[in-house]
Design a protein around this ligand. Structure first.
Ligand code: CNA
Length: 236
């Protein structure tokens, strides 16, 4: 167990966790930038292109082929990291989870205060009439999913070229500003504006738990290059 982190967790009342795809790899969901991540697999287009607003609008069918195969892991279960964060919230030690993930696993683990910067695959709406559609409808269908009204259904996922939701961002900012311990985990900190939010932290306990080095390692007070599920499983 990392004694220093364990001690900080015990002493903190306003922990905020800021995470990314690496939080869910131990649940079987591939991230983008690891060696076996999506960016190192071969497709007709780079994933950044497929997951962009303009690609969605122009080549919707192709988008959905990739999306169904590579982004929808509806059977995935939360791992020790998701579960520990939910536990801290329940005990009144954690004020929020700010995530770039779109898999809904924090909520599945029991977390309530989750700021989903990039939305969620679990919510889908018709672009014409706004009707909500369950994710199972998307997963089990073929081609471009359509609403009864004839409109195209779009996942509530922030694609490249789209803006983040203001309310979600301001909630995340407020939580980070007031945090007494900020733990950043499972993120390459390469995607902006999300990664910029950590600059709002004013405390003196900034912890980074990530398998590989990140551009922010040098400013962290504690850096742990180990699997996050393993690290969190051992924490109080
Ligand atoms: P990324 O750029 O793929 O980085 C992931 C980071 O996590 C890498 O630096 C890895 O070294 C690290 N990592 C992988 N596994 C572990 C582990 N077990 N323990 C600790 N560290 C680990 O992903 P980011 O989240 O930084 O990039 C942002 C994108 C990825 C967001 O827009 C997400 O929507 C998107 N994404 C989300 C999911 C998901 O919802 N689960 C999956 C794939 C991509």
């Amino acid at each position: 167990m990392n004694e220093r982190l364990a001690q900080w967790v015990t002493e903190s009342k306003r922990i905020v966790f800021f995470g990314g795809a690496g939080v869910s790899t131990e649940s079987g969901i591939p991230d983008f930038r690891s060696v076996d991540g999506l960016y190192n697999q071969q497709y007709d287009y780079p994933p950044e292109t497929i997951l962009s607003h303009s690609f969605f609008m122009r080549k919707t069918e192709e988008f959905y082929r990739f999306y169904r195969n590579k982004m929808l892991f509806l059977d995935a279960e939360p791992n020790a990291a998701h579960r520990k964060l939910a536990e801290w919230e329940q005990k009144g030690q954690l004020t929020g989870v700010v995530t770039q993930n779109i898999d809904g696993l924090h909520q599945k683990a029991g977390s309530k205060k989750v700021y989903e910067l990039h939305g969620s695959v679990l919510r889908n709406h018709c672009m014409r009439c706004g009707k909500f559609h369950d994710v199972a409808e998307i997963k089990n269908g073929t081609g471009v999913p359509k609403c009864e009204c004839g409109g195209t259904i779009k996942p509530d996922v922030v694609l490249y070229g789209e803006t983040l939701n203001d309310e979600v961002v301001s909630g995340a900012c407020a939580a980070i500003e007031r945090a007494d311990l900020l733990i950043i985990g499972g993120t390459s900190l390469a995607v902006y504006p999300a990664a910029g939010l950590i600059d709002l932290y004013r405390g003196s306990r900034l912890v980074l738990v990530n398998l590989s080095a990140t551009p922010q390692d040098s400013r962290a007070d504690l850096v742990i290059h180990e699997p996050i599920g393993k690290v969190f499983a051992e924490l109080p």
